[in-house]
Design a protein around this ligand. Structure first.
Ligand code: SF4
Length: 202
């Protein structure tokens, strides 16, 4: 992590808000450290097509992808990263959904706090498909299908995947380990995994 030059008084309350709401860790990074890659965004509809591809307004191909993100990034000096750590046994259980919903709620709340404190163009990003997490009981995303407002706009934010954000790099820039268990086969019963989100301050 490089030194943060802007007044920490402006930024620290944002990390504190993330922790208050349930994040395990929150960090401030320079936005220029965020790496977005076209090939990562392409994975949503690559050799393995994500089952959620195209189902929600917050996922590919309904988001602006790396090109749009780079425009926002160019206007942003600092970002907040958040991480929720959880046991691997939870990550691959039915409880995962609740954790992912919490991640969306945290980044959306930090984004709103950032907007209230002067970062009026801030944008938050989470992980996972909001269709699966918040609209599972609805046949379709009403934004995509009917051009109506999102049913959960207060708490739902786009997935980092569709923008090609290199999440491993994001973790390292935050001073956190980048790797995590990718499946439930870990023999270590105490193994932990994590989910992460990002708030681009502008
Ligand atoms: S309406 Fe549901 S599926 Fe569509 S963007 Fe909002 S939360 Fe996601």
């Amino acid at each position: 992590m490089e030194n943060i030059s802007i007044s920490e008084n402006q930024l620290v309350p944002l990390t504190q808000e993330a922790l208050r709401l349930g994040a395990t860790s929150a960090a401030i990074i320079l936005s220029k450290e965020i790496q977005v890659k076209d090939n990562l965004a392409a994975l949503c509809n690559g050799e393995y097509i994500c089952p959620n591809y195209g189902l929600a307004a917050s996922c590919s191909p309904h988001v602006g992808g790396p090109a749009e993100f780079r425009k926002w990034q160019a206007q942003s000096e600092h970002s907040v990263t958040v991480k929720i750590e959880l046991p691997t046994s939870v990550m691959f259980s039915d409880e995962r959904k609740g954790v992912m919903q919490l991640l969306h709620q945290i980044v959306a709340a930090v984004e709103q706090k950032a907007i209230e404190t002067g970062f009026g163009k801030s944008k938050a990003f989470a992980g996972g498909s909001c269709k699966e997490l918040f609209c599972e009981d609805h046949e379709k995303c009403c934004v995509v299908a009917e051009n109506k407002p999102c049913r959960h706009m207060d708490v739902v934010r786009p997935s980092m995947s569709g923008f090609g954000i290199d999440v491993t790099r994001l973790m390292l820039s935050s001073g956190w380990p980048g790797q995590k268990a990718e499946n439930s086969n870990s023999s270590d019963k105490d193994a932990t995994s994590w989910v992460a989100g990002l708030i681009l301050l502008a």
